[in-house]
Ligand binder design. Structure first.
Ligand SMILES: C[S@@+](CC[C@H](N)C(=O)[O-])C[C@H]1O[C@@H](n2cnc3c(N)ncnc32)[C@H](O)[C@@H]1O
Length: 333
């Protein structure tokens, strides 16, 4: 009985497998033909999103959270019975069930004293860390450098990326990127080498290079981050070369002498892409409003720039809005 039942089962299985393969090829082959080939009939019109998937291997990440995303998060909080967060230190402490949180200073002490719970000792230690990072950076002290919550960097990215119609292939320059609170999100979204930054502060640059880029897995994006404070852009390529789709300064121009801002604008105007290119400046534009009459407008016009208006955007995570001033090339091209 056993051999005959085996003999009947194997061809049946083989036939089923052959039929399944034929069916799969039938559906798969047309989708492997070149797009737009005369023999291909497409049931759906090609959408920009579909094109993006074909061109880049996957669609770019969405720029910001949608209402659906927010509803999904609320549903997950509810499903997991996570009600309103505690409102007093005692309630937070009860949630921690007796575990005392470490401050950054205590964490740093622990790190110096005990290194890690398991760690390599002596000369052996040097063989195990390709990028030894100072403890001060490992405990993320630099996330509190500017008063603004670290999470606000995402809000700024979402606003600027949406306002400028950002594409992964765009070229972006940040003036004063600091510790990459905002810049990280651009670097992650943009294609390799498409994020540039001019920053003057040694500690911020150290945090950016020695901690943020490696810890976020973004070394492969090769951002061009240059140390400098004189609004000097030669290291980003010749003035007549590639032009920026977006240039922005987040909480920077208000800390600079007005004359330096104007010098910067003079050097940047020709590096801004005509038509699409935008310059966004946050907080205020006192370098402009401090000038009398229509002097600001006159200076901008001389640089082939014009003021396009003021915008605000809300934060996703905390009650805060930010004010942005938009500039573009003034001549029609
Ligand atoms: C308030 S922080 C903002 C950092 C970052 N844009 C952010 O939003 O997280 C201002 C940054 O501008 C930088 N900065 C100020 N003047 C500068 C100059 N002349 N050239 C380059 N960077 C400058 C500072 O070093 C600092 O990192």
């Amino acid at each position: 009985m056993a051999p005959s039942s085996k003999g009947a089962t194997v061809p049946a299985l083989l036939l089923t497998a052959l039929a399944a393969t034929a069916l799969l090829l039938f559906f798969l082959l047309p989708s492997l033909s070149p797009i737009g080939s005369a023999t291909t009939t497409s049931l759906c019109p090609a959408s920009p999103a579909a094109n993006a998937i074909v061109a880049g291997g996957r669609s770019p990440d969405p720029l910001s959270a949608t209402q659906d995303d927010v509803s999904w998060l609320r549903s997950q909080l509810s499903l997991n019975r996570l009600g309103d967060p505690p409102s007093t230190p005692e309630q937070w402490h009860a949630l921690r069930k007796g575990i005392n949180p470490r401050t950054r200073a205590q964490q740093l002490d622990d790190l110096r004293q005990y290194k890690g719970i398991s760690h390599h000792e002596g000369a052996d230690a040097a063989n195990h860390t390709a990028l030894p990072c100072p403890g001060e950076l490992l405990v993320e002290e630099h996330h509190s450098n500017y008063g603004e919550p670290w999470a606000g960097g995402r809000d700024v990215f979402e606003f600027l990326a949406t306002a400028s119609g950002l594409q992964p292939s765009d070229l972006v320059l940040e003036i004063g990127c600091g510790t990459l609170r905002v810049g990280l999100h651009f670097i992650r979204y943009l294609d390799t080498g498409r994020f540039h930054c001019l920053e003057r502060d040694e500690l911020s640059l150290m945090a950016a290079f020695r901690y943020e880029l490696p810890s976020q897995g973004l070394l492969h994006k090769r951002p061009l981050i240059v140390r400098g404070e004189d609004m000097e852009f030669d290291k980003f390529g010749p003035a007549g070369g590639s032009q920026y789709d977006l240039i922005y300064a987040s909480a920077v121009f208000l800390h600079m002498p007005d004359q330096l801002v104007w010098t910067g604008l003079e050097r940047l105007a020709g590096r801004l892409k005509p038509g699409k290119g935008r310059i966004f400046v946050s907080h205020n534009i006192k370098f402009c409003s401090r000038l009398r009459g229509d002097e600001c407008e006159r200076r901008l016009r001389k640089l082939d720039l014009e003021y396009a208006g003021k915008r605000t955007h809300d934060s996703l995570l905390f009650n805060h809005y930010e004010i942005w001033f938009e500039f573009r090339r003034s001549k029609a091209y």
